[in-house]
Ligand binder design. Structure first.
Ligand SMILES: *[C@@H]1O[C@H](CO)[C@@H](O)[C@H](O)[C@H]1NC(C)=O
Length: 425
């Protein structure tokens, strides 16, 4: 009887009534017999009918009708389905708290990711819903249970005799959807998700499964410290490097580099481990192939790290975490200047109008302009600069145009380049 989603949100709204027991907030909702909007922050006295409008997030409350029988008015909680049609109007009598809690528990067990997505599409945005739920202090538990269910489902699907790939990918996608929320990623770690799902799936013989898993992994670690620490401690760097090294599918390779980037970003301990594990040698191998997309991805990731180090070097508090290894020196040892030259040349030969990739390559060159200087090919950068000057001038709102940004990048690099070299492709 509590299967309807609209009921669920009204049920949880009832907990507002319980939340106001410690009273020092003097803004208390004054109920009448009509539905009235509850203002943000207002406390709701016990024993009222409360409902949340899922479309607007508006909470409304009113007094119970006189004929509502109450055994104990102060302890009673009520629930009213929100958009119930006339013919199925359920009893409006208050439901005892224990029954309510039981119902909410049951509901949550039935609350599949499918339904979760449905709410997302049906009602406003996920964030809005989370916010509404958050105000009721229910979200962490709710999400934790959804994650537990997904992990359980994953185990069942992965070990089933007849492997259902579509179902497994759906689970990974649902987890990824949840993983973007900080607390959820933490929860996933606590529930052994890395061991039970990530590392197992990365050994899967199926390309799609490896890809979906890497996407989930990157989402978990994006700007999120606890999962990063966990990943580092459980050997993620070696696992990702092995995958990058041995993987034959270039889509998987690309995703693995993305996951590695998410792990290394703003995390000097992981960067150190990456260097010590020979990570730069593994990444350097991409430059012996003609996979320009992965090369762009790699130089972008590395130049982000370089910029991070340069920033940290200027910050007293941060620098101590970064001095234990000289990233720039290690990168130069892998002939990064030559690699960047070659990549730029390759880009201009294959598609000189791929400005996004050229920008990424120039940005990477820019991050090493002081160190590489004369190793960069001057003539090439000059002609590129002139091309962007022309393109920028032809652009209507020119001063801030993308082409001018590219021209400025060239200028700043050229500032350090004095002599010409010849790069062989
Ligand atoms: C994945 O495969 C590697 C190499 O064969 C192995 O060392 C590792 O234990 C496997 N991991 C899992 C979780 O099965």
């Amino acid at each position: 009887m509590f299967q309807k989603l609209s009921v669920f949100l009204v049920l949880v709204s009832v907990f507002l009534i319980r939340c106001d027991e410690d009273e020092d907030n003097n803004d208390i909702f004054v109920p009448t017999k009509e539905w009235q909007g509850v203002k943000k922050g207002q406390k709701i006295p016990k024993g009222l009918h409360v409902r949340i409008n899922l479309e607007t997030g508006q909470t409304e409350a009113k007094l119970l009708d006189d004929d509502d029988k109450l055994e104990d008015k102060t302890k009673a909680l009520s629930a009213i389905p929100e958009d119930t049609r006339q013919e199925e109007t359920p009893s409006q009598s208050p439901i005892p708290k224990s029954t309510l809690e039981e119902a909410v528990k049951n509901l949550k067990n039935d609350f599949s990711p499918e339904e979760f997505k449905k709410i997302k599409n049906q009602y406003r945005t996920y964030d809005d819903i989370k916010k509404s739920l958050n105000e009721l202090n229910l979200t962490p538990k709710l999400d934790a249970e959804v994650i537990a269910d997904l992990i359980k489902n994953h185990k069942e699907v992965a070990s089933a005799e007849k492997f259902d790939k579509v179902e497994l990918l759906k689970i990974l996608e649902d987890l990824e959807f949840l993983a973007h929320q900080y607390d959820n990623a933490h929860e996933f770690v606590k529930q052994s998700g890395f061991g039970d799902i990530i590392y197992k799936n990365l050994n899967s013989s199926r390309v799609d499964v490896r890809k979906g898993t890497l996407k989930l992994m990157a989402a978990l670690m994006q700007n999120n410290v606890p999962p990063k620490i966990h990943a580092l401690e459980t050997g993620a760097i070696a696992i990702l490097l092995r995958l990058i090294n041995l993987e034959s599918d270039s889509g998987v390779k690309l995703r693995a580099v993305t996951a590695l980037g998410a792990l290394l970003r703003s995390f000097p301990a992981a960067q150190k481990k990456f260097i010590e594990s020979g990570g730069l040698s593994v990444l350097s191998k991409f430059f012996d192939t003609d996979n320009i997309r992965v090369q762009i991805k790699v130089v972008t990731m590395v130049s982000d790290l370089l910029v991070e180090h340069q920033w940290a070097g200027n910050d007293d508090k941060m620098s101590k975490y970064y001095v234990s290894f000289d990233l720039t020196k290690r990168i130069l040892e892998h002939e990064w200047c030559k690699k960047l030259n070659k990549l730029l040349l390759g880009l201009l030969i294959t598609d000189k109008d791929d400005h996004d990739s050229i920008e990424k390559c120039l940005t990477a060159m820019h991050s090493l302009r002081v160190q590489c200087k004369d190793e960069y090919e001057r003539e090439l950068i000059i002609s590129l600069r002139n091309r962007y000057e022309v393109l920028g001038a032809a652009d209507a709102d020119s001063s801030s145009s993308f082409f001018n940004v590219l021209k400025d990048l060239c200028d700043q690099i050229l500032h350090h380049v004095h002599t010409s070299v010849k790069t062989e492709l």
